[in-house]
Write a protein that binds this ligand. Sequence first.
Ligand code: NAD
Ligand code: UFG
Length: 341
Amino acid sequence: MKKVLVTGGAGYIGSHTCIELLGQGYEVVVVDNLSNSDPEALHRVEQISGKKLQFVELDIRSADALEQVFQAHDFFAVIHFAGLKAVGESVAQPLKYFDNNIHGSQVLLDVMQRHHVFNIVFSSSATVYGDPESVPIQESFPLTALNPYGRTKLVVEDMLRDLGASDSRWQAVLLRYFNPVGAHPCGLIGEDPSDIPNNLMPYISQVAVGRLASLSVFGGDYPTHDGTGVRDYIHVVDLAKGHLAALEHLQLEPGVVAYNLGTGNGYSVLDMVAAFAAVSGRDIPYQIVDRRAGDSAECYADPSLAKSKLGWEAELGLDAMTRDSWNWQSKNPGGYASPKP
Ligand code: NAD
Ligand code: UFG
């Protein structure tokens, strides 16, 4: 049975990916420092999948702690989710992001190399396209960073491209996620931001459940069908499945390759509000305010490369995304701190 190391596996996307890995018969070892997650997520992963995983609480910047994990296990590959992801915080505290995301990745890659583990799937982001000149976005579009968070993604992508050029044993799949939303359909795991959410979907869910009073819609004068920003929302279960396809791909095509994981469909903020209100039966009060600095009008993927090369495409639509987000939020109004549903 192939064994996979999942860094940041207790987090939102990592926990959903662990379910898919266990379901496909992989052995899973998770390392996470729990800086933005709750170990309860991993208990629930085991409950949902009916299988056990191993969890080691550590910070990937600790080479000694990682070394022990690599000595104890023979990994086929690493899926590298561990990282900080709040754009605004990265602008205020860039060094924190460089240290956690860049230095942390460097320590991980160094330990991997010493143990001859050369297969990695990396959580990149559509943010590496900056403010794209046109949509849909293809992988060949120019790359740039609009903020320190985005820069960390770009630097780690570059590190992996440099490693691939230095030694052909390195094989990396760089997955550029668009906007992950939704939750596992059972409602036991989902997104549980520790602070007031920065992202649209968890914000809407918390308004619907009564934790927040109303949504601020950032800008009503974009050149889009209703004036609000358009994004490519992708169900987290589809995204998790993309990682399984990437693992298989590592064995087929050598080198360092990037793929967009998106649906190719763009929805506006008000489309999302209307869809969420319809599935939840709740009012989502909102007011249109100024644009948020750094936001683009439209961002959606051309996902055709992932379809042709990985054999992967998103299957779940807006209904499933909003229904499953609401199912998680309504069953766990306070996130993992709520009594177990
Ligand atoms: P998350 O915060 O829920 O998960 C990240 C996990 O990594 C957390 O459990 C956190 O505790 C852990 N972690 C952070 N720093 C660590 C360190 N130094 N050592 C060990 N563990 C550490 O975030 P997520 O939404 O699941 O995102 C996963 C990855 O995908 C991140 O790298 C993120 O940048 C990337 N990504 C996320 C989105 C999104 O919108 N959610 C979009 C594009 C890319
Ligand atoms: N929005 C609001 N109000 C809010 C939050 C968001 O109107 O309270 C709007 C934004 O202006 C944007 C859309 O909702 O038009 C989506 O915003 P998010 O913050 O949910 O997502 P972004 O597209 O800004 O960014 C997300 C991640 C980034 C990642 C990017 C591409 O936060 O880390 O997707 O993957 F880089």
